[in-house]
Design a protein around this ligand. Structure first.
Ligand SMILES: CC(C)(COP(=O)(O)OP(=O)(O)OC[C@H]1O[C@@H](n2cnc3c(N)ncnc32)[C@H](O)[C@@H]1OP(=O)(O)O)[C@@H](O)C(=O)NCCC(=O)NCCS
Length: 159
C-alpha cells in the first residue's frame, strides 16, 4: 500500500470543509449544514477525524463515543479519492485512539439503497442487526429503510 497522509483531528473551524465534502457525497437530500457539524463538534463525546491533502479534505468520519460504544454518525471520502483505503484508515485510527478509553463496540445506520457503503462496512467486518423502516426521506419524496450494523471493536474483517 502506498504511504498515506496522517489522520488528523478536525475541529469547529473545519465545519465548512466537512459540509462541502458531505454535500458532494450525499446528493439525495441528506447533506448536513456546516452548523450541524459545528454543533456536534462542541460535544466532548464527538470525534471527527480526517485525512487532508494540503488544504483539501479527502475523507472524514464523525463518531460519537458514549460509554463503550462508538457510533459512526457520518463518513465520506471525496469521489476522486474513493477505494484507496482512506475511510478504512480513518476508522482504524479512531479505533486505536478509543481502545484505551474502553471501546467495545461499533454501531452505525446506513441507507438500504447505499450499496457501496454497505459493501464497505461488510469489508470492515460489520454485521446487520436490523432495519428501521422508511427512516430516510429522499429529495424526490421516496422513503428508504435504514440498515443497523455493528461489530465488536478489534475486528477488522468478516469472521
Ligand atoms: C463509503 C465510503 C465512505 C468508502 O470510502 P473509501 O475511502 O472509498 O473506502 P476504502 O477505500 O477505505 O474502502 C475499504 C474497503 O471497502 C471497499 N469499498 C469501498 N467502497 C466500496 C464500494 N463502493 N463498492 C464496493 N466496495 C467498496 C474497498 O474496496 C475496500 O476493500 P478492500 O478491503 O478489499 O480493499 C465512500 O464510498 C463514500 O464517501 N460514499 C458516499 C458517502 C457514504 O455513503 N457514506 C457512508 C454512509 S453511512
Amino acid at each position: 500500500m502506498k504511504d498515506m497522509n496522517p489522520v488528523v483531528r478536525l475541529a469547529i473551524d473545519d465545519s465548512s470543509i466537512m459540509a462541502d465534502l458531505h454535500a458532494a457525497s450525499f446528493t439525495s437530500g441528506e447533506a448536513w449544514a456546516s452548523s450541524a457539524f459545528a454543533d456536534l463538534l462542541k460535544l466532548p463525546t464527538t470525534y471527527a477525524r480526517g485525512m487532508m491533502d494540503q488544504a483539501e479534505l479527502l475523507s472524514f468520519a464523525v463518531v460519537q463515543f458514549v460509554a463503550d460504544e462508538a457510533e459512526i454518525l457520518t463518513l465520506a471520502t471525496a469521489p476522486s479519492a474513493r477505494q484507496q483505503g482512506f475511510a478504512r484508515a480513518i476508522l482504524q485510527s479512531i479505533e486505536h485512539e478509543l481502545a484505551p478509553k474502553g471501546l467495545e463496540k461499533w454501531l452505525l445506520e446506513v441507507a438500504a439503497d447505499n450499496a457501496g457503503a454497505l459493501q464497505f462496512y461488510r469489508q470492515l467486518g460489520f454485521k446487520i442487526d436490523g432495519e428501521r423502516r422508511n427512516y430516510y426521506k429522499r429529495l424526490e419524496g421516496a422513503y428508504v429503510n435504514a440498515i443497523l450494523m455493528s461489530k465488536p471493536a478489534g475486528r477488522q474483517a468478516p469472521a
